[in-house]
Design a protein around this ligand. Structure first.
Ligand SMILES: [Ca+2]
Ligand SMILES: [Ca+2]
Length: 271
């Protein structure tokens, strides 16, 4: 009898130790997953104006704040489209203090990291079709001779529109996957120093060296549903404010606990 109770307690301890770290590990793994996007097919004019066609593109507004030391942080919203000639990106940047004082890399600007064949790897030399493109808010293309760009300063920030011609037009097809990352550089104090960076997938400013830190973008014909934001929050219970993911985890724990107690009782009665 005592031996059986001890065995059951040991079982509960082992199950608990297995379950809860598993939940935590899943959350950690999810954070490390590559971010993905779907580029909808569509054609726009590269002129700095936000064409109506952009409204059918998915919105990327999730990113890592790699560094920001100023009191004037920025935000970015990116959309992508593609057609038989270009892979397009539209950056909408909120930046209240625009500056071109610094070196090119320190100016208020956007960057795109582009690996058309999603070769990835640990060196740019392994990427035959792609590059690191940088455009400041005044439409000076710092890097990327082959790209088409337009910018426009708007209230509270600026817009950058980019068209990257296909290195190989055979890649302009539904289902093709590219390695990409999107970045905004901020001089937040107008001193010529880059005070902050926002990056979609990379977390440590490694994109200029390592193509394997990019996210993934898949070409699709049209959105399956309405365009989505990548940062859509988890559904919230309107009564308690708890998100349903948390509630599901609690429910799972309660059900597991109840089942264990039931088994113990049954065993004790039998013994
Ligand atoms: Ca346009
Ligand atoms: Ca700025």
């Amino acid at each position: 009898m005592t031996k059986k109770i001890f065995t059951m307690l040991l079982l509960i301890t082992v199950v608990s130790m297995c379950l809860f770290p598993a939940v935590l590990a899943d959350e950690t793994a999810a954070e490390e997953e590559l971010r993905t996007c779907e580029a909808v097919k569509g054609t726009v004019k590269i002129d700095g104006e936000i064409d109506a066609e952009w409204s059918k593109a998915n919105v990327i507004d999730t990113y890592n704040v790699v560094a920001e030391t100023s009191d004037n942080p920025v935000t970015m919203k990116v959309r992508t489209l593609w057609d038989e000639n270009y892979f397009y990106a539209l950056f909408e940047v909120k930046d209240n203090l625009l500056s071109l004082k610094g070196e090119k890399s320190n100016q208020d600007s956007i960057e795109m990291f582009y690996d058309e064949m999603n070769v990835r790897g640990e060196r740019w030399t392994n990427v035959p079709m792609g590059g690191q493109f940088r455009v400041n808010y005044d439409n000076s293309v710092v890097q990327g001779d082959n790209i088409v760009t337009a910018t426009k300063v708007v209230d509270g920030g600026y817009v950058v529109e980019i068209g990257i011609p296909w290195y190989d037009k055979a890649n302009a097809k539904v289902g093709h996957v590219l390695g990409v990352d999107f970045q905004v550089n901020n001089d937040g104090a107008d001193t010529g120093t880059r005070t902050g960076r926002l990056v979609w997938n990379d977390k440590e400013n490694r994109g200029f060296k390592y193509p394997n830190v990019f996210g993934l973008c898949t070409l699709v014909d049209a959105p399956a549903t309405a365009p989505v934001s990548t940062s859509a929050p988890a559904p919230v219970n309107p009564k308690t404010g708890d998100d349903f993911n948390s509630l599901a985890a609690i429910a799972f724990a309660l059900i597991s606990g109840t089942a264990i107690v039931f088994i113990i009782k049954k065993k004790l009665v039998k013994s």
